[in-house]
Design a protein around this ligand. Structure first.
Ligand code: RNT
Ligand code: ZN
Length: 422
């Protein structure tokens, strides 16, 4: 795109927004502070680098597709993420799963992982000047095959996963310490039942006890923040998921943990945006896993759709940008994976920018005085304001491709790098 043109269009857009009392510069400054956490697992279809390779499974998470070029090594993954970040305005974080350790070709079981297996990640992050988040991997493992981990009635199995989770917190805290910014350790477990269970209670009680034990080790908040992720159902856990919304809302509120809202983890007619204001009254912070469910928790690439927009609007309207940690969570193996990140992250940024460009005071005023037509009309009018021109300008001043220009960049990387991978 032509730079001069981007400037011109931005200046028109700036005037356009100013007419409804919105300052684009202020919005861009706020947008720039949102660091979206990129989920490392889109690079390789949630494979990881364990020896022998873990096979994805458990709790209904599934990738479909076999597009060429997936990351097969730490070097691939790092190069891919660096490429992704070079095509995005603003700053991002990286969210790692425990199976992505630097295991050096050795077999290290999940209850044996240590900081040393992640030191090269920390060094790499430091070099790039980015922060890390972390996730225990409680799936794709023989001891997760029967569908239960932290809530297992088999004490040996449960112990194994408690140990894994405790180690993950140690690693995450060390990441936060060395990088000088808290690392969010997000616990999601696949536990659940395909058919109607009789004893939900014991599983949930066991999960509660496991978590209590995992969280017993204390780490300063400036190094580590704990989050727990709820889910309604997965393939193979249709009848019950142990870590349901009610379970984790209760647990998180009672124990002052962050709660992760993955928008693929609710009934399709439920509005995740509507949950934010309630939870923010009871927990200090939230974590988001932005995704796109298509009929089920299919984890399609995030796009600029109504759901993502309403989530962003809600956060901005609650004035809660500093209390909501934004992360992505999807895995599509049917298209260029670098492209998947860039499309999804840009969509999320657009949603937040759109929300930040809303004349919220005026809308609130209309609401206050019962002027509901005016509120509705202004919200409709805002939908066709020149958001894209503001975002293109943001790309330009950040020295990354604006508009459609990133498409060719990614095609070039595919030809030069991805297609050459064995
Ligand atoms: C699964 C959860 C979870 C995973 C990642 C890989 O339904 O969304 O967050 O997607 O841990
Ligand atoms: Zn998730």
């Amino acid at each position: 795109m032509n730079k001069k043109k981007i400037f011109q269009l931005y200046n028109c857009a700036k005037e356009e927004y100013a007419r409804v009392g919105v300052d684009t510069e202020t919005a861009l400054k706020k947008l720039d502070k949102i660091q979206i956490s990129l989920h490392c697992w889109q690079t390789d279809d949630v494979g990881g680098f364990e020896m022998p390779d873990a096979v994805l499974g458990g709790g209904g998470i599934q990738t479909t597709g076999n597009y060429p070029g997936k990351a097969c090594s730490i070097d691939h993954l790092r190069s891919d993420i660096e490429k992704v970040m070079s095509l995005l305005p603003g700053k991002q974080r990286l969210s790692l799963h425990a199976i992505y350790g630097d295991f050096n070709g050795k077999k290290v079981d999940r209850d044996q992982i240590e900081v040393k297996h992640f030191q090269s990640w920390i060094d790499w992050a430091k070099k790039l000047g980015i922060a890390l988040d972390f996730n225990p991997t409680c799936f794709s493992h023989p001891l997760a095959n029967d569908g239960y981990t932290l809530s297992s009635k088999n004490e040996k199995v449960r112990r194994f996963w408690i140990e894994h989770n405790r180690r993950c917190r140690t690693i995450a805290a060390e990441m936060g310490k060395q990088l000088g910014t808290p690392c969010i350790n997000n616990i999601w477990i696949p536990d659940g039942s395909k058919d109607v269970p009789v004893d939900r209670y014991t599983h949930r009680k066991l999960l509660m006890e496991s978590l209590d034990e995992i969280f017993r080790d204390e780490y300063p908040l400036k190094y580590l923040k704990d989050s727990v992720e709820c889910k309604l159902f997965g393939i193979g856990s249709e009848a019950m998921v142990v870590g349901s919304a009610e379970f984790y809302f209760g647990y998180g509120i009672k124990n002052r943990k962050l709660i992760t809202l993955d928008n693929g983890h609710f009934h399709p007619t439920e509005q995740v945006a509507d949950k934010i204001s309630s939870l923010l009254l009871y927990v200090d912070e939230l974590m988001l896993h932005l995704t796109r469910g298509v009929r089920w928790d299919s984890d399609h690439v995030v796009i600029f759709n109504d759901e993502i927009q309403s989530i962003a609007h809600e956060i901005v309207r609650c004035n809660a940008l500093e209390r909501v940690n934004v992360g992505l969570d999807y895995f599509d193996a049917s298209l260029n994976r670098i492209g998947a990140y860039v499309v999804g992250t840009r969509a999320a940024q657009l949603a937040f920018l759109n929300a930040l460009l809303e004349p919220v005071d005026e809308l609130r005023n209309h609401e206050e005085y019962g002027r509901f037509f005016e509120r509705l009309a202004l919200m409709e009018v805002m939908k066709t304001k020149p958001l894209g021109a503001v975002y293109d300008y943001y790309c330009l001043v950040n020295n990354v491709p604006a508009g459609e220009d990133y498409i060719d960049e990614i095609r070039r990387y595919e030809k030069d790098v991805l297609l050459k991978r064995k």
